[in-house]
Write a protein that binds this ligand. Structure first.
Ligand SMILES: *Cc1c(COP(=O)(O)O)cnc(C)c1O
Length: 421
């Protein structure tokens, strides 16, 4: 490693900051509080750490590796594409991109798809589509979007403003204008905030980062009706819920409510970065040549990965399997809660987007689970998310619950000790 010398006095602080952050990654911008654990490879629902230890992965890279690690069909698809063409500019035709878009439209309400590289970018497109729709209809003043407390839509400046959380916005200057946030599930608040400048309503069918928080189905139906009455676009952020996570290809199928615009990303490429914004022809009325773009969007490798994900998910029985595993996991979690009410108090969620509300600090539970070699991820409202790959089997669910049980026993013992001292 290159020796570090503070040749410039002004850089001393920078080096101090670097020295204070994780020593394992002195050059990665310290925006993540990284756990001191790294992985060499994955196999299905399992991850093998660089020290050889095996972990049961109930994070799926935060709802990304829907088909687990190194699914043979995905590996083959990516290897085949890697020998043909890695990148091609959107200046030219994209037959595989068109095939993926056609499949997504066939499977959804949409007529058009824009490919991006991440969830935030898919959301950026969704916001632009929504604003431009009204501009194209002669109402450029209609640009505001109603959003909900507890939402998460990404970390770009526009999606941060949509997210609306003070903790993410602080220090980045005035948040981008055009978002009106109201409490989740509060229809009166929605009605009150809608004005002559409102362009649409943006909501997650099930809040992931916010703590696996649901709103009643009737609320979504009412939003749809409100949008139809007021000429607003209904936008669903399905970046986390979409592509099988909730036991359907799209979470809104379960709600029986169809949006005008939808963003996808996380699981779409099964681990390869790709996002998508889907829209009806009417919603996309403003998106003319030159109005939006992306260098990498719809990259051949990403498109090959996403087409391969759909190949697997569209096989008969795939979603039935997810629903069966969901039921099994929820039942077993309920019995853990019965036995350890001082550690965990509630199971939430749909499909394999499951949240366990912790009584102890959720970070303690995540740590205790990691010590049992079960990887999970925290969320808002002191919830721990269980996001296994959708290919998880019964034995793996039983193993995960056994590990949770052991973690709960340890945490209860700690609590008893603390109470005694
Ligand atoms: C993760 C997530 C995003 C942001 O996706 P990135 O790929 O991190 O930009 C947006 N919306 C929802 C609901 C998400 O869960």
């Amino acid at each position: 490693m290159r020796p570090r010398q503070c040749a410039h006095p002004g850089r001393a602080l920078t080096h101090q900051v670097i020295a204070m952050t994780t020593s394992a990654a002195p050059h990665l911008l310290p925006v993540f509080a990284r756990i001191d654990l790294s992985f060499d490879r994955g196999e299905g629902c399992w991850l093998v750490a660089t020290n050889g230890e095996r972990y049961l992965d109930f994070t799926s890279g935060v709802a990304v590796n829907a088909l687990g690690h190194c699914h043979p069909h995905l590996v083959a698809a990516l290897q085949a594409q890697a020998t043909k063409l890695w990148h091609m500019s959107n200046l030219f035709q994209s037959p595989d991109g068109e095939r993926l878009a056609a499949r997504l439209c066939e499977l959804s309400f949409a007529d058009f798809v824009f490919f991006a590289n991440s969830g935030a970018e898919a959301m950026e497109c969704a916001i632009k589509v929504t604003r431009r729709h009204h501009a194209a209809k002669g109402h450029p003043e209609r640009y505001r979007i109603v959003t909900f407390e507890g939402a998460f839509h990404g970390r770009t400046l526009a999606t941060l403003a949509a997210t609306g959380s003070a903790k993410y916005l602080e220090g980045f200057g005035p948040p981008m204008d055009g978002f009106d946030q109201v409490p989740l599930g509060d229809l009166d608040a929605v009605k009150k905030v809608i004005g002559p400048q409102t362009a649409g309503i943006l909501i997650e069918p099930l809040q992931g980062e916010g703590g696996v928080r649901a709103a009643p189905q009737a609320f979504f139906k009412a939003l749809r009706q409100l949008c139809d009455e007021r000429g607003l676009l209904l936008v669903f952020d399905e970046v986390q819920t979409g592509i099988g996570r909730t036991g359907e290809l799209f979470a809104h199928r379960r709600l029986g409510v169809t949006p005008d615009v939808m963003s996808l990303a996380k699981a779409l490429g099964g681990g390869f970065p790709i996002g998508a914004c889907l829209a009806t022809a009417n919603a996309a009325a403003g998106m003319t040549p030159g109005s939006h773009g992306s260098t990498f969007g719809g990259n051949p490798l990403a498109v090959a990965a996403a087409n391969a994900v759909l190949d697997v998910m569209l096989k008969p029985g795939f979603f039935e399997h997810v629903q069966r595993m969901s039921l099994l996991l929820k039942q077993k979690l309920a019995s853990v809660i019965d036995r350890h009410p001082q550690v965990v108090s509630e199971v939430r969620g749909e499909g394999l987007l499951i949240g366990v509300k912790a009584v102890v600090p959720s970070t303690d539970l995540v740590t205790a689970l990691r010590e049992q070699k079960l990887l999970t991820v925290g969320a808002g409202e002191n919830v721990v998310r269980l996001l296994p790959p959708l290919i998880v089997n019964e034995a793996e669910i039983e193993e995960a619950v056994a590990r949770l049980e052991r973690a709960c026993v340890k945490l209860s013992a700690n609590q008893t000790k603390q109470a005694a001292s």
